[in-house]
Write a protein that binds this ligand. Structure first.
Ligand SMILES: O=C(O)C(O)[C@@H](O)[C@H](O)[C@H](O)CO
Ligand SMILES: [Mg+2]
Length: 402
């Protein structure tokens, strides 16, 4: 069996997605997601110029060997562009293998560990009142877990406040727009949001919050401590994690559960965080961390330390990543939760899929493979359109973390 063709499809049904399609001489094809928000075309080039030519003629069943070939063979290791390209190949090959086996992908991992996958949705508003209302809407939709983000008075367009209700999408401008940040104001306002949420809805639902790398370790520790009475499911990206040791300080001061990892690309980014039990949830996902082949290694290491998974699932990852993540979530023994931001209808049409939402849970389908395909004719109707995430600056003009 041989790989006959590998092609990259770029489509923008509301936002940009990069998809790799691998075709075999047996008529079976597989697809993988290679989307890197705001840097999409760099992965297109990486695949078209450097990876795809090397795939032709290879045996698609040798997934592990092809993964090692692309990782070790490049000499230049890790990084978002390289690892997303590897992830796309890896996922397309797992799709092919599962289709050939006539099984849904989770069966090839070891079968079901659970009946359904708990997800969290994104509730946001420009102030506490609006966010509390938005959380209520998610509760009415059946969600068991809800992430709550609020605009903060005096801060211009704070992180997490979207334009649409169910379709939060911050990558909007042809060049990054400028938003603001003020830690003092946020530290004062965010705990009040969670106090109001618990007073309004009680403690039956899981509540989550994303700090988006905005706080120093000391400030993050302070926030975690103030949020303790409100029993969060997790506080995400409370501080930047390039220096994994930074989490020690946070951990020493608060029992609020910590999650991190949506921008991690390999196990090396979270090895110390996991082994020192500095986090509770690892947010790496399929497209970000080298595909199913690598993500399961991260999950296995995490399991040794009772760290659970919480895959990134924002709408800058295509339905291909969501579908594959759901097969991973259905299998992985140390599952925690899955992020679920809904794609727009146009995106769902370009990527027909068999996963479905009901009563706060997502269910992966039973069709062979990962259950997601691409309608190439429809995809061609939505050409690439540059779109960037905003940047953040402090009041005095200093660059901050978006
Ligand atoms: O889903 C999350 O938790 C995020 O932090 C995203 O909103 C993130 O900002 C985007 O995925 C970046 O592309
Ligand atoms: Mg996040």
């Amino acid at each position: 069996m041989q790989i006959q063709a590998a092609k990259v499809i770029v489509t923008s049904p509301g936002r940009n997605f990069v998809t790799l399609k691998i075709e075999t001489d047996q008529g079976v094809h597989g697809i993988g997601d290679a989307t890197l928000n705001g840097r999409e075309l760099s992965v297109v080039s990486y695949l078209e110029d450097h990876v795809n030519p090397a795939l032709i003629g290879k045996d698609p069943r040798r997934i592990e060997d092809i993964w090692q070939y692309l990782y070790r063979g490049a000499y230049w290791r890790r990084g978002p562009v390289t690892m997303r390209a590897i992830a796309a190949v890896d996922v397309a090959l797992w799709d092919i293998k599962a289709k050939m086996a006539g099984m849904p992908l989770y069966q090839l991992r070891g079968g079901r560990s659970r009946d359904k996958v708990m997800v969290y949705g994104h509730a946001n508003g420009s102030d506490i009142g609006e966010t509390v209302e938005a959380v209520g809407e998610y509760i009415d939709l059946g969600y068991k877990a809800i992430r709550a983000q609020t605009g903060v008075p005096g801060i211009k367009d704070a992180y997490g406040v979207g334009r649409g209700k169910l379709h939060y999408e911050p990558a909007d401008a042809e060049l990054p727009s400028v938003t603001g940040w003020d830690t003092r104001k946020a530290l004062d306002y965010v705990p009040k949001l969670f106090e109001k949420l618990r007073n309004t809805y009680g403690y039956d639902h899981h509540l989550l919050h994303d700090g988006h790398h905005r706080y120093t370790p000391q400030e993050a520790a302070n926030l975690g401590k103030m949020l303790e009475p409100f029993q969060l499911f997790w506080l995400e990206d409370c501080t930047a994690a390039e220096n994994q040791e930074a989490f020690k300080l946070v951990r020493q001061h608060t029992v609020t559960p910590l999650a991190v990892g949506e921008i991690f690309t390999t196990i090396w980014d979270c090895k110390d965080l996991i082994q020192n039990q500095l986090i509770d949830y690892i947010r790496a996902t399929i497209v970000g961390a080298g595909g199913l082949t690598h993500l399961r290694r991260i999950a296995d290491l995490a399991a040794l330390y009772q760290v659970r998974t919480g895959c990134h699932g924002a709408t800058d990852l295509s339905p291909v990543t969501m579908g594959t993540a759901l097969h991973f979530d259905t299998w992985v023994p140390n599952f925690g939760i899955q992020e679920y931001m809904r794609h727009t209808e146009a995106t769902d049409e370009v990527f027909p899929h068999d996963y479905s939402f009901a009563d706060g849970y997502l269910h992966c389908g039973e069709t062979p493979g990962h259950g997601v395909d691409i309608d190439e004719d429809l995809a061609a109707k939505y050409p690439y359109k540059p779109a960037y995430l905003p940047v953040a600056r402090l009041e005095d003009g200093s660059m901050w973390n978006w």
